[in-house]
Ligand binder design. Structure first.
Ligand code: NAD
Length: 500
């Protein structure tokens, strides 16, 4: 049994905690390693290393920082499959999906390499007589990232490339369910030339998170995970004087209008509801077809596709959907289907009956794709984030009623509409109170140079992630106003200086 530890000041460091949890391979249900859950003392050692590294790193020319990240990006291009295999073995997602995740993370590194441009300040000459004014963006200091299990490489890369490029040092606390990808990225950053202590990894759970929240040397925290934890981290972090961006859970709806291309919508829903076994914060978990005729036609198209889903381990290239992350999560997802059925939803396709018969994988955490019809907004399958391959159909008879369903939910991460009508699409994108909108696009995840974030209970804090929002989050503005003596006599001024 290997015990996974931390990465501090440029080296692997064995965990000293007596608390460990097994790291499972969800495809097989086996575990050959565990992870040591860091104590507050270990976290504080990492923070001290990051604090020590910050003055030199923050003063390193931005172009030099960018060149190190450029080398890291090249390593990701060359060895992305290695990282994808590591994350699949702990998360369970298919190899292609994992490689896609690595690539979407790499794109943030590409964006961050442009930091010398983003950090350019603004200058105004002669704001008063012989008085000039300029502002610059400076780094904050030690920043921390606390990340969820479902994107072990991409979500950390929403954070640290921009934090590092703008001159901060960083502590990553990955999910204890998927601890290895963070260590591999740390190793590759060191290989790319990152000075020791600039990027550190501490494994752990609430104890490690609480140590980061309590440490006054941590100036900012980026969090992605479930809404109750996001809220806790936002409230605790901000009350401790830190800058916090905390992204939470989701329940993403797709409205399907009568004029939609139904084949396109059905294919889009397959990927969006069942890809990555539904364990995506941008998964579509509710379809809202407008009119019963559209609902019936959509269901007729979906059922054979769901029944034909190839469900298997990531090591099988043919797999379209992998297992869920843990046995507990499998029981939870299955329990939601039980509850939906008990509350009156019609189970059109029942994933609970799926049995994995591939040799060696019989004990993996597999469940089949599930389709529930006649779901109403008082059922737990609608109110709660299931985070599994379960698509609920909520029938409505008008666009306005469908929009009301979207608005009724507390989560507002992403949403989509399928229509051929420009007016409806435009109204939807203008009026819907959700952070990320797709028009005939099921998972509208913004590119690295735009920003990612939801609204309402899907986010706590003012800044979305990556793109210019990332640059704003990881920097603060300083404005200098200057006058140089030029022989001109000045008089004391006792009132507010104005141009008059
Ligand atoms: P989670 O909230 O259980 O864990 C996220 C992180 O918080 C982990 O690092 C974990 O160790 C830590 N944590 C867990 N409980 C804690 C506690 N009580 N106190 C302090 N820290 C704690 O989330 P998860 O199950 O790993 O990930 C799935 C969730 O993440 C889903 O709700 C999903 O929607 C959400 N998510 C959101 C986005 C987004 O961009 N909005 C992206 C990905 C995932």
């Amino acid at each position: 049994m290997t015990t996974i530890g931390n990465y501090i000041a440029g080296s692997y460091v064995a965990g000293t905690s007596s608390r460990t949890v097994p790291v499972m391979n969800p495809a097989t249900g086996d575990s050959e390693k565990d992870v040591a859950l860091s104590t507050a003392k270990e976290v504080n050692v990492a923070v001290a290393a990051a604090k020590e590294a910050w003055p030199a790193w923050s003063k390193t020319p931005a172009l030099r920082r960018a060149r190190i990240l450029d080398k890291f990006k090249n390593i990701l291009w060359e060895r992305g499959e290695e990282l994808a295999a590591i994350l699949s073995s702990e998360h369970g997602k298919t190899q292609d999906d994992a490689l896609g995740e690595v690539t979407r993370g790499l794109e943030v590194v590409e964006f961050a390499i442009g930091a010398p441009h983003f950090l350019k300040g603004e200058f105004s000459e002669n704001v008063g007589s012989s008085v000039d004014s300029h502002n610059i963006r400076q780094s904050l200091g030690v920043c921390a990232g606390i990340t969820p299990f479902n994107f072990p490489a991409m979500v950390p890369m929403w954070m640290f490339p921009i934090a590092l490029a703008t001159g901060n040092t960083f502590i990553l606390k990955p999910s204890e369910r998927v601890p290895s990808s963070a260590l591999k990225m740390a190793e590759w950053l060191t290989e790319a030339g990152l000075p020791d202590g600039v990027f550190n990894v501490v494994q752990g759970d609430k104890e490690a998170v609480d140590a980061l929240l309590a440490n006054p040397d941590v100036k900012a925290i980026s969090f992605v995970g479930s809404t109750p934890v996001a809220k806790y981290i936002y409230e605790t972090g901000t009350s401790n004087g830190k800058r916090v961006q905390a992204l939470g859970g989701a329940k993403n709806h797709a409205i399907i209008m009568p004029d939609a291309d139904l084949d396109m919508a059905a294919d889009a829903l397959m990927g969006a509801a069942y890809g990555s076994a539904g364990e995506r914060c941008m998964a579509i978990s509710v379809a809202v077809p407008v009119t019963d005729a559209v609902a019936d036609a959509l269901i007729a198209k979906l059922v054979p596709k769901i029944n034909a889903l190839k469900i298997g381990p990531s090591t099988d290239k043919a797999s379209e959907m992998g297992p869920l992350v843990t046995a507990q999560h499998l029981a939870k997802v299955s329990g939601y289907i039980d509850a939906g059925e008990a509350e009156g939803a019609k189970v059109v396709v029942d994933g609970r009956s799926f049995k994995q018969d591939k040799q060696g994988f019989e004990n993996g955490y597999y469940i089949g794709g599930t389709l529930l019809d006649n779901v109403t907004t008082d059922m737990s399958v609608w109110t709660d984030e299931i985070f599994g391959p379960v698509l609920s159909i909520v029938r409505r008879n008008s666009y306005q009623d469908a929009l009301d369903v979207v608005h009724k939910h507390d989560f507002a991460n992403g949403t989509a509409i399928f229509t051929r009508d420009g007016d409806t699409a435009r109204n939807f994108s203008q009026d819907v109170e959700v952070g990320m909108i797709g028009i005939n696009i099921p998972i509208p995840v913004p590119m690295a140079y735009h920003s990612f974030g939801g609204w309402k209970s899907s986010i706590f804090g003012d800044h979305h992630m990556h793109g210019m929002e990332g640059v704003r989050f990881y920097t603060r503005i300083k404005t200098t106003t200057s006058r140089w003596p030029s022989g001109q006599r000045t008089e004391p001024e006792f009132s507010m200086p104005t141009l008059g």
